[in-house]
Design a protein around this ligand. Structure first.
Ligand code: GLA
Length: 371
């Protein structure tokens, strides 16, 4: 291996349960996928840097003295990352060539964008000996998505991508960002993702609207005499008492957030007791909440979840990630995967004229520097 090359691997993230509550001070239960984006960096003598992604077969040139917003979204992730790094470290960066490869599907609710930003940050860090620690990489990547891209998301994706451990989920308390590793023993069961291949564009979608609706719920709750910082801090019974003060959709969002937070806490217990059946039931309830109360599902996701309900070999299924497309996550017996995938793929494509991509995933390591 050429010693002047730097190789970084950055995973995607799955989320077993705890959706859309990482910006509400909730508990979430994500982990890294074994699917990755790989970056190969090398120094360049040119007066610009060049990034080529073999995944989308696109190239882009970057001049450090002109880091302005681009029209192309993936280029903005790169430019935004460099701006954020330069805010943190006032240094002159070296020009580089960067090759992006990998098997992490894009725009599928598995957090390919955060994976891109985190991996790119780590590569630039290594190339320039910036010695960024994980918290700094976290804050750089958060800033890119929040301010530069404009997705007002929570901390779950970046935290998971940076900190994950093989075969572990992370119980992340987004009130204070404290976390515990939860060893995940699924026995004969596997996590199967079904990618709808319906593309979503989170920042253009209703994601930010949901964030605002949660803020509105919080405002109404506090105006009614409570004093809470996060929406997850009110009990469901309390919330019901002030339901008449809120528009229906705002009440539904708040109700979902509280129920989902409780589900995540229970899930950890079920996981520890190896009670996968009860865990699966919570996954179904999570989906119903996301569909009916939080309204971030879509026909394709609902169809895939409904398809699983008749099979005893599938313990639970739900949409995963921001929603409006992307993947479902299924807790399925390993011997049943082939039969189910054949069955559902055919009916899905005839129903929606879209190809279904199954992904059997295990829990992988977080962001890493290979060489
Ligand atoms: C996106 C966001 C996360 C989280 C999920 C939904 O992936 O980036 O912060 O809110 O949606 O749980």
């Amino acid at each position: 291996m050429d010693s002047s090359k730097i190789i970084i691997e950055s995973p995607g993230r799955i989320n077993l349960i705890g959706e859309h509550i990482d910006y509400n001070g909730g508990y979430v239960l994500p982990g890294a996928t074994d699917l990755i984006i790989q970056f190969t960096f090398s120094n360049s003598k040119k007066n610009y840097s060049e990034v080529y992604s073999s995944v989308i077969d696109k190239k882009c040139k970057i001049y450090f003295d002109n880091l302005s917003k681009r029209v192309t979204r993936w280029e903005n992730y790169l430019v935004g990352t460099l701006i954020s790094i330069l805010k943190k470290r006032k240094v002159e960066l070296k020009n580089f060539n960067c090759l992006i490869e990998g098997n992490l599907p894009l725009g599928s609710g598995i957090s390919s964008s955060s994976s891109l930003i985190c991996g790119f940050t780590k590569g630039v860090d290594k190339l320039n000996n910036l010695n960024l620690d994980n918290d700094e990489i976290l804050s750089i990547s958060r800033e890119v998505e929040y301010n530069f891209i404009g997705l007002k998301g929570g901390i779950m994706d970046q935290f998971t991508i940076i900190n994950s451990k093989k075969n572990n989920l992370i119980l992340l308390n987004t009130k204070d960002n404290s976390s515990d590793f939860i060893e995940s023993d699924l026995g004969d069961y596997k996590l199967l993702l079904l990618n709808t291949n319906k593309k979503h564009n989170l920042s253009d979608s209703a994601y930010n609207k949901r964030v605002e609706e949660c803020q509105e719920a919080l405002r109404i709750i506090n105006d009614s005499g409570h004093n809470i910082k996060f929406l997850t801090q009110i009990e469901v019974e309390e919330l019901r008492k002030i339901q008449n003060l809120m528009p229906n959709n705002i009440f539904n969002r708040a109700l979902y957030v509280n129920q989902e937070n409780n589900r995540t806490i229970k899930s950890v217990q079920y996981l520890k007791n190896l009670d996968l059946k009860s865990l699966g039931e919570l996954m179904y309830s999570s989906h119903e909440g996301l569909r009916d109360l939080y309204e971030v599902s879509c026909d394709e996701l609902d169809y895939l979840v409904d398809k699983t309900r008749v099979y005893d070999q599938i313990l639970g299924a739900r949409m995963m990630g921001g929603g409006f497309g992307g993947c479902t996550i299924n807790l399925i017996h390993k011997d049943f995967i082939g039969i189910f995938v054949d069955d559902v793929s055919e009916s899905y494509s005839s129903m929606f004229s879209l190809k279904l991509s199954p992904i059997i995933t295990s829990l992988g390591e977080g962001l890493r520097y290979k060489v």
